[in-house]
Design a binder for this molecule. Structure first.
Ligand code: AMP
Ligand code: FE
Ligand code: FE
Ligand code: ZN
Length: 285
């Protein structure tokens, strides 16, 4: 079984539509794929309609959180997408992304970059707008050669010249809300230090005590030492260990199924979830 529990579509900052994503996941030989767009469930319907036979879809989202001034991402799986409290929190975070992206455009204008909100909005389309869309605009304008360069200190990195913070949820509240909606939580790429400051182990322990289910260990942003340390931490705290690609289509270099999750862990996630259930593909519409 090949299980990839972290993928993005055009519903947020991926470049494949949800339909393309599941078709590619099927073609790549995956058995299970999770759709985890940033702060939104908008891609579910299209992914379900296009789901090829032989591929099972796990519905989810990646929730933007912040604790003690450190941004972090919380993967949430198999929650009820209509549960009102969690829905309201997702909308709060997602809606704040628009004025925040406009503010980043204004910063860039001050820095002499002729980017416009219309350009960023066109790139984002219907997806929840984020820095990767602004980064693509910077590439289009020839300001930087690649999206990765746009995430440098000079531009959009955390604390960079054109970075503006967005509203992010308290992760303890996010865990409470996801559980309330019948879902399961996994701390995404907790050791991704090149993205900025990371959450200290003491706080991971507090999150575990508050009901966090797991941590994502096998991820492109973790080197071998980081993975070993995180595996130890998960063992100490009784947390599940996942692995996943964090696929973003052409916006990142990783490929579908580059890292995968152990079938036993996947089984445990599905046993814990009560808000939604994995959907086996029937061949698509
Ligand atoms: P935002 O949620 O708008 O603050 O943007 C964060 C997103 O930027 C995350 O989903 C990351 O996947 C993406 N990101 C962060 N660093 C990079 C990078 N170096 N290259 C491409 N995408 C990145
Ligand atoms: Fe992303
Ligand atoms: Fe993330
Ligand atoms: Zn992600």
């Amino acid at each position: 079984m090949r299980i990839d529990l972290h993928c993005h579509s055009t519903a947020s900052d991926g470049t494949d539509t949800p339909g393309e994503l599941v078709r590619k996941a099927g073609a790549a030989g995956l058995d299970v794929v999770a759709l985890t767009d940033h702060d939104t469930t908008r891609g579910y319907a299209e992914a379900l309609a296009a789901l090829p036979s032989g591929l099972t879809l796990v519905t989810g989202a990646e929730l933007s959180c912040r604790v003690d001034g450190v941004s972090m991402h919380m993967l949430a799986y198999l929650f009820d997408p209509e549960e009102p409290a969690l829905l309201a929190e997702r909308e709060l975070v997602r809606d704040d992304r628009v004025p925040r992206a406009r503010a980043m455009v204004a910063r860039l204008n001050e820095l002499g970059v002729p980017v416009t909100w219309e350009q960023v909005a066109r790139i984002a389309g219907e997806g929840s707008v984020g820095r990767p869309h602004v980064a693509t605009a910077l590439v289009e304008l020839g300001v930087v050669p690649t999206v990765d360069d746009a995430f440098g200190e000079n531009w959009l990195a955390d604390g960079g010249r054109a970075h503006v913070e967005k509203h992010e949820s308290d992760p303890f509240e996010a865990i409470r809300l996801v559980k309330g909606a019948g879902g399961v939580t996994v701390f995404a790429h907790p050791g991704a230090s090149k993205r900025g400051r990371t959450v200290p182990e003491s706080v991971v322990a507090e999150l575990a005590a508050a009901g966090l289910d797991g941590i994502e260990v096998d991820h492109m942003d973790h080197d071998a030492d980081t993975r070993a340390r995180l595996r130890g931490l998960a063992a100490d705290l009784g947390l599940l260990v996942t692995g996943s690609s964090d696929y973003h289509g052409s916006r990142k270099t990783c490929v579908l199924g580059e890292y995968t999750t152990d079938p036993e862990v996947y089984g445990e996630i599905t046993r814990r979830a009560t808000g939604a259930f994995p959907v086996p593909g029937t061949g698509g519409a």
